[in-house]
Design a protein around this ligand. Structure first.
Ligand SMILES: [Zn+2]
Length: 365
């Protein structure tokens, strides 16, 4: 009885109805699926996704226990990077009573603005600094800000080694102790480059995908510099990046990716997997290799360095489908404050080396 209405239909009408239902189901599925795709890429309205690890199958007990950040957007503006870094550095170099930590300042502001730094007001930063200088602690100030720890962990994961103590060589071969910016710009000093905010732009070579880095247009052969100290994790050819090098920070949280290096002479002398490089070292040379399954092919139209930083809160994210890459546009401008000077150290191989060595305490002994 229940299906009487249906059996009253002619065969033709039944077929039509079934077809309509099937079509509607496909439409719903496609809509839901594409929304899911978009939300995994942008998630701008709600960037906070702490993993509870309930849906994933983790045979590994270690990762079952811990929560890790599944998504983070590095949105801080150049202006705020500039202002907070100066407050931090001055509080140390001028030996002020209250030491300011730029990552804490940035995280507080991120929390206040929902990670939208176009809302930045100088007054908010001034008020915060005044409170800290009057003896209030950051944990007291932020105790009712429920996302503070998330933003702190996120911003710290990027900026952890960018400011701190280090020693740098002077022109008379002495080392002097410093506190300040100790990460370097990815292009050597006195080599020009241009860039724009191309993060998330679409790329069509191979498959439709988004651009997860910053392209620095420059001339072929410009020495490429290690931004942070770390261990060389990948060297050699890959279809998209051409001659590329991947360097992992010592805390394992950042994977630096430098791609499209020079045809025939991509790498600094002797660069190999497992090697420790120091921030400011020459690691390779700008070129236009890539977009080819065949090695040593120049298939990139405009010579540039592709520079990327991947955040890894849990090792499953390294090669996983939901990788977190940083929008580096403002950070590259910020690193312009600290560029590594180089000289031709080998006229035969035409290799370059850094002029001023550093002693970086982040390097394990
Ligand atoms: Zn690129």
């Amino acid at each position: 009885m229940k299906y009487m209405w249906f059996s009253n239909f002619s065969i033709k009408n039944k077929f039509k109805l079934i077809l309509q239902i099937t079509f509607s189901l496909i439409l719903i599925f496609v809509t839901v699926f594409s929304f899911y795709q978009i939300s995994t890429v942008t998630v701008s309205s709600n960037p906070i996704i702490w993993s509870e690890n309930t849906t994933e199958d983790n045979s590994n007990d270690e990762s079952k226990k811990k929560d890790y950040i599944k998504w983070f957007e590095f949105n801080v503006s150049y202006d705020v990077l500039d202002k907070t870094s100066k407050l931090d550095i001055n509080s140390y170099t001028k030996n002020e009573d209250v030491k300011l930590n730029w990552i804490e300042l940035i995280s507080y502001l991120a929390c206040k603005y929902g990670n939208n730094f176009s809302k930045f007001k100088q007054k908010d930063l001034d008020t915060l600094v005044e409170k800290l200088r009057n003896g209030e602690s950051m944990s007291d100030i932020t105790k009712n800000m429920k996302n503070y720890n998330y933003y702190y962990e996120g911003y710290d994961s990027v900026l952890h080694e960018f400011i701190g103590d280090y020693q740098i060589e002077t022109s008379d071969k002495q080392f002097v102790e410093k506190y300040g910016i100790k990460a370097f710009h990815p292009i050597a000093k006195n080599y020009s480059y241009s860039h724009y905010d191309d993060f998330g732009a679409s790329r069509s070579y191979g498959y439709k995908r988004l651009h997860f880095g910053n392209d620095l247009m420059g001339s072929i052969g410009s020495p490429v510099i290690a931004v942070e100290s770390g261990i060389v994790e990948a060297v050699g050819w890959n279809q998209y990046g051409g001659w590329r090098v991947g360097i992992r920070s010592f805390d394992k949280k950042r994977y630096y990716y430098y791609a499209h290096l020079r045809k025939n002479h991509p790498y600094a002398e002797g660069l190999k997997e497992g090697q420790i490089v120091k921030a400011g070292d020459v690691i390779g040379y700008l070129g236009m290799t890539g977009y080819s399954t065949k090695e040593n092919v120049n298939n990139i139209n405009v010579p540039h360095l592709h520079f990327g930083i991947q955040l890894i809160f849990d090792e499953v994210q390294k090669e996983g489908p939901n990788q977190i890459w940083v929008d580096l546009y403002h950070l590259v401008d910020f690193l312009n404050k600290n560029r590594s000077e180089v000289y031709k150290s080998n006229t035969e191989t035409k290799d370059y080396s850094r002029k001023y060595d550093i002693i970086d305490p982040s390097i394990p002994e």
